[in-house]
Design a protein around this ligand. Structure first.
Ligand SMILES: C[S@@+](CC[C@H](N)C(=O)[O-])C[C@H]1O[C@@H](n2cnc3c(N)ncnc32)[C@H](O)[C@@H]1O
Ligand SMILES: Nc1nc2[nH]cc(C(=O)O)c2c(=O)[nH]1
Ligand code: SF4
Ligand SMILES: [Mg+2]
Length: 199
């Protein structure tokens, strides 16, 4: 059994696969307590792997996005293989990078929380990142290029921090736009689902 906070069908709102239809599987619980976290992830219900796959298979769309909470705490190779076999979909993960992730995952998005005020320090144990997605809280961005799992092929996204207050969030978005223009190694990632009013 795995504790699931929610399963829903939407568009990937962030990063490299923005705009692609995807089934989101949000696991309950996290090993970090980021002060800026935009997600209620504690609540949830225990589901069997079969029930998770059955619900995911109800939706069209090529991608499954494992998120949370921190999905890397709750998954293994068998689970990812089973999801791919039963649904015929590809599997992506949104992770803080504190754990290794199964090789069977097709797309790894790492959003490190090291060096950020409000997140605390922890060890990065993930060894692969197809995409790095950094939440911009005004921190020094240079260290992200030296992370051992970041390669020249890793796509680098900078995402404005959403703080609830729309005026304040707009100012933070503008600041992120300026940072990307100043250092074009980054690409802007907007949380487009917020603008669309979808999940
Ligand atoms: C809720 S987290 C769950 C996955 C994983 N725990 C992580 O942090 O990557 C999903 C994504 O939302 C981002 N995120 C969380 N709070 C945010 C905020 N206030 N503004 C913008 N992005 C945020 C995270 O950095 C991560 O990329
Ligand atoms: N539409 C949409 N796209 C997302 N991409 C990553 C999300 C997440 O919370 O992990 C997320 C989310 O919550 N909604
Ligand atoms: S690691 Fe992700 S889910 Fe956990 S508290 Fe931070 S942003 Fe939220
Ligand atoms: Mg989200």
């Amino acid at each position: 059994m795995r504790k699931i906070n929610e399963i829903f069908y939407s568009l990937q709102g962030e990063g490299a696969h923005t705009g692609k239809a995807a089934v989101f599987v949000r696991f309950s619980g996290c090993n970090l307590r980021c002060s800026f976290c935009d997600t209620e992830h504690q609540s949830g219900v225990e589901m069997t792997d079969e029930a998770i796959a059955e619900e995911v298979a109800c939706y069209p769309g090529e991608w499954i996005i494992l998120t949370g909470g921190e999905p890397s705490l709750w998954i293994d190779s068998e689970f990812v293989s089973m999801l791919k076999r039963v649904t015929g979909k590809r599997v992506a993960i949104e992770t803080n990078g504190s754990r290794e992730v199964p090789d069977e995952i097709d797309w790894v998005t790492v959003s490190p929380k090291t060096g950020m005020s409000g997140a605390g320090e922890y060890e990065m144990r993930v060894s692969r990142a197809d995409e790095l997605k950094v939440v911009d809280v005004g921190q020094d961005l240079e260290p992200y290029f030296s992370l051992p799992f970041v390669t020249p092929a890793t796509e680098m996204y900078l995402q404005p921090c959403y703080v609830g207050d729309e005026e304040k969030s707009l100012r933070l978005r503008e600041a992120t736009v300026r940072r990307v223009m100043h250092d074009p190694r980054w690409t802007l990632s907007l949380q487009t689902h917020r603008f669309l009013g979808i999940r």
